[in-house]
Design a protein around this ligand. Structure first.
Ligand code: ZN
Length: 308
C-alpha cells in the first residue's frame, strides 16, 4: 500500500520567537514560539505520524524499520529536518560545523541549511558572511566587539532563497518568517548575541572558540544554480541539488501529475487542494514514500519539496 505520512508539527520556545506561526493554523504553546519542527526525526524533537498504518509512531522509528520506503538510503538517521522559523527578534549570530567536525566533537551531524523566505518585513535583513580575511583578523574583530565592521548584512524579501553551507557565519534578522531545510542536526555555535540579557540578567552562552574553529575564513558566497521548469501552468523551481539535499518549490495552478520513484518531504506554504486522495492545506507537512508511484496534486498550491 502506498504511504503518504502526515506529520504532527511540534514547537520550540525561543527568546526571539513570536506568534506568526498561527497563520499556518497552528495552536501555539508559547507566547514566544520561535520554531515549528515540521518534519523531524531528530532525537531532540520527533515528528509523530498522524495517519495510516504507522499512526502514532515517530518518524525516526518508521524510518529505521522501513528503509525500503525511503529508497533504502544508508544513513542511520533520517537525513533531513524541515522547520518554519518566526524571527520576531534578531537571532544570535551563529555558525554550524561540517559533518567531520560535528561527528568528532558533538556526535551529531554537521549542518548545512537553506532558507525560503515566506514573509519579510520592510527592512528585514540577514547576516551572511563576514569581512575578515584571516583568522587573526577575525579573532581581533571579535575581541574588540567590532561587529559592524566584521559582519555582512544583506536585505532579503519574500520569495528569496538563501543557501547556508556549514561554516557560514549567519543570522536571521527581526521580521523574517522562513522555511528551513537542513541536515538533521541540532548543533549551533553562537558567536554573538547582541549582549542581550535574560530576566536573570544573564547573557546566553557563547561558543567563540568553536565558532572560530569551524567558520569559513575568508567568507565565500557559494554559487547556486536555480533552475525552473514549466509544466502546463505550473512551475517547479529547483533551488539546490547537492549531496546535502535537493530543495524545490512547486507552484501548482490547477493540477499536476508526476511519476514518483523517490521519497519526498512536502510542506504546503500557500493554498489548498489535494494530493492523491488526501485534502491538504497551508501548514500541512507530509512525506511521500518511495512506494507511491504517482503524485497527483490538485488545487492552487505552493509546496516546498525536498529529499536527499
Ligand atoms: Zn543556522
Amino acid at each position: 500500500m502506498p504511504d503518504i505520512l502526515f506529520l504532527e508539527p511540534l514547537f520550540k520556545e525561543r527568546i526571539w520567537g513570536g506568534q506568526k506561526l498561527t497563520q499556518f493554523g497552528y495552536q501555539l504553546p508559547y507566547q514566544k514560539t520561535g520554531e515549528c519542527w515540521a518534519i523531524s526525526a531528530h532525537p531532540n524533537g520527533q515528528s509523530i505520524i498522524k495517519n495510516g498504518r504507522f499512526k502514532g509512531l515517530s518518524l525516526g522509528q518508521v524510518f529505521t524499520e522501513n528503509k525500503q520506503l525511503f529508497n533504502d538510503i544508508t544513513s542511520d538517521r533520517f537525513p533531513l529536518l524541515t522547520k518554519i522559523l518566526d524571527a520576531n527578534d534578531d537571532l544570535s549570530v551563529q555558525v554550524h560545523p561540517n559533518d567531520a567536525y560535528a561527528q568528532k566533537v558533538e556526535h551529531d551531524l554537521g549542518k548545512t541549511e537553506c532558507w525560503v523566505v515566506l514573509d519579510a518585513e520592510e527592512d528585514a535583513y540577514i547576516i551572511y558572511g563576514h569581512h575578515a580575511t584571516s583568522k587573526e583578523m577575525f579573532k581581533s574583530m571579535v575581541n574588540h566587539d567590532a561587529w559592524d565592521q566584521l559582519l555582512i548584512k544583506k536585505k532579503v524579501q519574500k520569495g528569496d532563497f538563501i543557501y547556508v553551507p556549514s561554516g557560514t557565519i549567519h543570522a536571521l534578522g527581526k521580521g523574517l518568517l522562513i522555511l528551513e531545510t537542513q541536515q538533521s542536526s541540532d548543533t549551533t555555535y553562537r558567536l554573538f548575541d547582541y549582549h542581550r540579557k535574560d530576566e536573570k540578567g544573564q547573557e546566553r552562552e557563547l561558543h567563540i572558540k568553536k565558532s572560530i574553529e569551524v567558520a569559513r575564513i575568508p567568507h565565500v558566497d557559494e554559487k547556486i544554480d536555480v533552475k525552473t521548469q514549466n509544466i502546463d501552468e505550473s512551475v517547479i523551481t529547483q533551488y539546490v541539488n547537492n549531496a546535502f539535499f535537493t530543495v524545490e518549490k512547486w507552484s501548482i495552478k490547477h493540477q499536476i501529475t508526476q511519476l514518483n520513484h523517490h521519497y519526498k518531504l512536502m510542506s504546503v506554504i500557500e493554498g489548498q487542494g489535494t494530493i492523491n486522495e488526501y485534502p491538504i492545506t497551508k501548514g500541512d507537512h507530509f512525506i511521500i514514500c518511495s512506494n507511491v508511484d504517482k503524485i497527483e496534486l490538485n488545487g492552487q498550491l505552493e509546496i516546498i519539496v525536498s529529499w536527499v
